[in-house]
Design a protein. Structure first.
Lengths: 725, 312
């Protein structure tokens, strides 16, 4: 039956002298196959759309030229010859041509003797191709952890490309180059290991030759002490129900079982990794050992010889403007940690480390075995498949609804007053939705139909204006969006885009309105937040609209409250400013005498409150954000992983080491001194009338200025050109 | 420090002080039958004030060592250093009645003249060179980073040349430090990813024969220049000569290689700028190697001279 319910017309044709009848639209290749007539092929396989690139399936249909059977549809009365001398000769020539550009034996032929091309060549009796091989190598790519790429063995059949894009929907593989330079490429021709490939193995399974082969080194990467788990063992676990056994077999070693004894460290906060953990048995404790405090700079104002001193201060000791009132610290697991006592428990069925595994962010918290534990540790390809698996998703969502939704919602101060009844109601109705990197969640101007709470990943909120796009915020776990549209005119006021693998808790409009009706206090608070956000957005846009200098805008300079500029005609490059900054901050300088040049001025690297604050992307505990004034504030629960410092393209965030004492878990009752780092940015030498860098410049070169006033005055009219940096 | 209109007050005050001192000296020379003496009240006053100015000028260095002390803005100290240091020479000359006196005082006078002359020379350099450097070195980097940037330029040039001409057969240089904290390399109790190796796909834009001139130029001319950019006689060290070399190469190479050639030309230009920056940097700060030790010697011997004068 056709899609429309009508019966397909039957077509009669002759293949190798045999009369056959097949439905209209069937390809010659399928018609032959259905009637037990074999036509060799390389680029075609049944689970992929035919493309007819290898031409090995050539048949004679009585036309001027031979045709590829895999893409040619049958026609009434068609006479097909698949095995005549002319066809065999043509096919043989094609195979010879392919073999001349293929190392024989290739890796697959060497290991499993099942390279499809070489098998076909053997059947055709080709031992030595008549054609000269390529003189130069097409190279190889060993950058992937699990898959080896030998471009020399590739016959450009596109099976891997269709497997990656059409079957898996990963959209990583494609073609690059022209003519003899044509090859497969990952993303924009990046090494496979640096691409967005999730190592699902589909390309490897699809490849007919040794161009994409299993490296078999995954197990080594997960460490020698881990016990490999067979696909049979995994399939016996309920969470793996429905996962392809072939996939698990091909990715043997990408998931291992680990046993942890009580007190063992599973992962440490701030550390990088590429795996996620799934607890099978036992209890684990998740905690943050970094002091929950921010860097405070004291001194300076007291007297002539006073020096600045940086120290750690808790929220209770030192209140900062617009400090978050958050009661919970987000983690990369199913639970959030309380600000006052950042410790929680994880148990069987809990998955943690998703953000690290999917997005390579640092670990957000330290996990220790509280009892003897058994866990599965997996690489991204396995987690990716699991997250697409219905059973696993159901369990994951069930765990989240039961254990984390409560703290997640209540962690947002505005929702702290929701009753248990309502949260129970939400448990049943909220939807967990996933977005791939770059996917638009909602667009500015679209009708608003949901309210979102970020569970995993980072969401970029941006607004378009005639001059371009302004990033309003980066939202991470614990943040929410969508309330402006639902409370206001019913339209999205900004575009929200997933920056990485994002998971959101979607509360539908009806439930949101119900919540507004039940909890007038929540409504009032959300309305206030919405108004405040709209006002901030208006101010930011008016700020950028009124600035004529595009390059300033592009560099985010006009959004700065205060810039450190050096007049290069005065500056003797003596670095007194840098030394003064270091001297003022316990030896850790917060400025580098390098940056953009505008005319005779150098804008030194000191936080400039960028238009697109990349420093905020990826913070595993969401501790860096913008104040309303656009200034950066680093919250108390910074774990000192340094990702923000690395992300800042201008080097304006530094890590300040502090010596703190901590309990030693292996030796209860004992304390040891450790160095803990905290991210910092320029504090303008709080307490001093003038920052140390400016005060210490002997050449009248360093100045702290308001960029809008300074550059408007210095660089003149809106049409003033800005020299190249 | 740039001597500009912001120095007006210092200039007026210095000229006024000099005029006052000159007038006093002239009056003393006219009224005293034996001419002005260092031991006279006025002569001692000149000596004390001149020494105080020298001492103040000398305190700039320790002041710079404690940049966060709120002991006055560094630029005020610098202006004082310049103007009071300069004034100390005529005051000391007035003190000595333009006579050098004995051995110690002669040495002191010679030292003072050299210190003042080197200071004036340095001030002139620091007045003109920053502007010159800003104008001529738009690709300026931090001085201490120059070697690192050069290594990067070499690596970049190798990459461009080998992408255009195929393998150059160069020996692998020392590895650049890598950030081992990268997520894919981290170990600990969790899995790590192997270091990612760039796919070894050579991009052969032109045939071997076509790119032969580029290959030869790179290996014989440009690579040696990148390895030793300070060689003054190298044609690539001069912008005009380099332009004609690249123009000639552009004529001999197919259009497909022109982009690579442009990149290599830009790299040579950056190398020249780094050279220029390094030279200007040495001039900007090199004179201190003379000025500072001489100043120190002057202050020490000045103290000896004062002690001896008071004692004897």
């Amino acid at each position: 039956m056709s899609a429309g319910g009508q019966a397909l017309r039957q077509v009669e044709l002759t293949i190798d002298g045999k009369k056959v009848v097949v439905p209209e639209g069937t390809t010659v290749f399928d018609a032959a196959r259905l009637n037990a007539i074999s036509i060799p092929t390389l680029c075609h396989q049944q689970n992929e759309a035919p493309v007819g690139v290898c031409r090995v399936c050539v048949v004679d249909v009585g036309a001027r030229v031979f045709t590829a059977a895999c893409v040619r549809a049958v026609e009434p009365g068609m006479v097909v010859t698949t095995n005549s001398e002319k066809v065999r000769r043509a096919r043989r020539t094609l195979v010879e041509l392919l073999m001349s550009d293929h190392p024989s034996p290739c890796a697959r032929q060497q290991h499993s003797r099942d390279c499809e091309l070489e098998t076909l060549a053997k059947l055709e009796g080709i031992t030595q191709p008549r054609f000269a091989p390529r003189s130069t190598s097409r190279g190889k790519d060993d950058s992937s952890l699990s898959i080896a790429v030998a471009f020399d063995a590739c016959i450009l059949c596109d099976r891997c490309i269709r497997g990656c894009n059409d079957i898996r929907g990963n959209l990583v593989l494609g073609r690059t180059g022209k003519g003899a330079q044509t090859g497969i490429a990952f993303d924009h021709n990046r090494p496979m290991g640096e691409s967005t490939c999730v190592s699902c193995g589909e390309c490897m399974v699809s490849c007919p030759t040794g161009a994409l082969t299993n490296k078999g080194t995954v197990h080594a990467a997960l460490g020698p002490d881990a016990r490999p788990v067979t696909s049979e063992e995994l399939l016996q676990l309920p969470v793996f129900k429905g996962v392809s056994g072939t996939f698990l077999e091909l990715n043997k070693g990408a998931i291992v079982q680990r046993h942890f004894q009580r007190g063992d460290m599973v992962c440490r906060e701030g550390e990088y990794g590429s795996t996620a953990f799934y607890i099978l048995e036992g209890q684990a404790q998740v905690s943050i050992s970094s002091p929950i405090a921010h860097v405070k700079t004291d001194g300076g104002a007291r007297g002539f010889l006073s020096r600045l001193k940086s120290s750690l201060a808790r929220r209770q000791e030192d209140r900062r403007e617009e400090e978050a009132q958050q009661r919970y610290i987000p983690t990369d697991g199913p639970v959030d940690l309380a600000y006052e006592n950042p410790v929680a428990e994880l148990g069987p069925g809990d998955l943690f480390g998703e953000m690290t595994c999917m997005n390579y962010y640092p670990r957000s918290a330290t996990v220790r075995a509280q009892t003897d534990c058994t866990m599965l540790e997996m690489l991204r390809n396995v987690l990716d498949i699991l997250q697409k698996n219905k059973t696993f998703r159901e369990q994951l969502e069930g765990t989240y609804r039961q254990r984390a939704l409560d703290s997640h919602l209540r962690g947002v101060p505005i929702f702290a007053g929701l009753t248990d009844d309502f949260i129970n109601h939400l448990r049943e109705t909220v939807e967990l939705t996933r977005y791939a990197p770059g996917e638009v969640i909602c667009r500015q101007g679209e009708p608003a139909d949901s309210f979102y709470l970020v569970r995993l990943g980072f969401v970029k909120v941006s607004e378009t204006y005639p001059g371009g796009e302004l990033v309003l915020a980066y939202l991470s776990r614990g943040n929410y969006f969508g309330e402006i549209g639902l409370l206001g005119v019913g339209q999205r006021s900004a575009t929200c885009t997933a920056l990485d693998h994002v998971e959101l808790v979607r509360i539908a409009s009806a439930d949101f309105q119900l919540m507004m009706g039940w909890f007038p206090q929540v409504r009032r608070s959300l309305e206030a937040v919405a108004q405040e956000r709209l006002q901030q957005n208006r101010e930011r846009l008016s700020l950028v609209r009124s600035v004529p200098l595009d390059r300033f805008l592009a560099q985010g300079l006009m959004e700065a409250q205060s810039l450190l500029i050096l007049n290069l005609e005065n500056c003797t490059r003596c670095d007194a400013c840098v030394r003064a900054c270091a001297d003022a901050h316990d030896g850790v300088t917060r400025l580098v005498r390098e940056g953009l040049r505008f005319d005779k001025y150098l804008v030194a690297t000191s936080c400039r409150q960028c238009r697109d604050p990349l420093c905020m992307v990826g913070c595993p505990v969401g501790s860096i954000r913008r104040r309303h004034s656009l200034e950066v504030i680093i919250e108390d629960w910074c774990i000192g992983c340094g990702l923000c410092a690395r992300n800042c393209p201008y080097g304006n965030i530094n890590l300040h080491p502090f010596e703190v004492t901590q309990g030693e878990p292996a030796l209860p009752g004992r304390e040891m001194a450790v160095i803990q780092q905290k991210a910092t940015s320029c504090d303008l030498c709080t307490g001093h009338k003038e920052p140390s860098c400016v005060y210490a410049c002997p050449h009248d070169a360093a100045h702290r200025v308001n960029p809008r006033e300074f550059f408007a005055r210095t660089l003149g009219s809106p049409t003033a050109g800005v020299p190249e940096s | 420090m740039r001597i500009d209109h912001t120095h007006k007050k210092w200039f007026i005050a210095s000229v006024a002080l000099l005029a006052l001192a000159g007038a006093a000296y002239a009056w003393s020379a006219w009224s005293s039958p034996h001419g002005p003496k260092g031991g006279s009240a006025l002569g001692l006053t000149f000596g004390i004030v001149g020494s105080a100015f020298m001492l103040f000028a000398g305190l700039l260095a320790p002041r710079k060592k404690v940049p966060v002390w709120r002991a006055g803005r560094a630029q005020t100290w610098m202006r004082g250093h310049l103007w009071l240091g300069l004034l100390s020479l005529p005051l000391i000359l007035f003190h000595g009645g333009f006579h050098f006196g004995g051995t110690l005082s002669t040495v002191l006078m010679v030292l003072l003249i050299f210190v003042t002359a080197s200071g004036v020379f340095g001030a002139a350099l620091q007045h003109y060179l920053p502007e010159l450097m800003t104008r001529e070195v738009p690709l300026e980097t931090i001085f201490e980073e120059i070697d690192h940037v050069r290594a990067q330029l070499r690596a970049e040039a190798d990459q461009i040349a080998s992408a255009a001409c195929g393998s150059l057969g160069l020996a692998a240089g020392p590895e650049e430090p890598t950030d081992t904290s990268d997520s894919r390399l981290a170990g600990g109790t969790t899995a790590y990813k192997q270091p990612t190796a760039a796919a070894s796909v050579a991009v052969l834009a032109v045939t071997e024969e076509e790119c032969a001139p580029l290959r030869s130029f790179y290996l014989r001319e440009m690579r040696p220049f990148l390895e030793n950019p300070g060689a003054r006689s190298h044609p690539l060290g001069d912008a005009a000569q380099a332009r004609s070399v690249f123009q000639e190469l552009r004529r001999r190479l197919p259009p497909a290689a022109h982009d690579a050639l442009k990149d290599l030309e830009d790299i040579c230009e950056e190398e020249r700028q780094l050279n220029r920056q390094a030279r200007l940097h040495y001039w900007l700060h090199g004179w201190l190697l003379l000025h500072v030790p001489l100043s120190l010697a002057l202050l020490l011997l000045g103290a000896v001279h004062a002690a001896m004068a008071l004692r004897y």
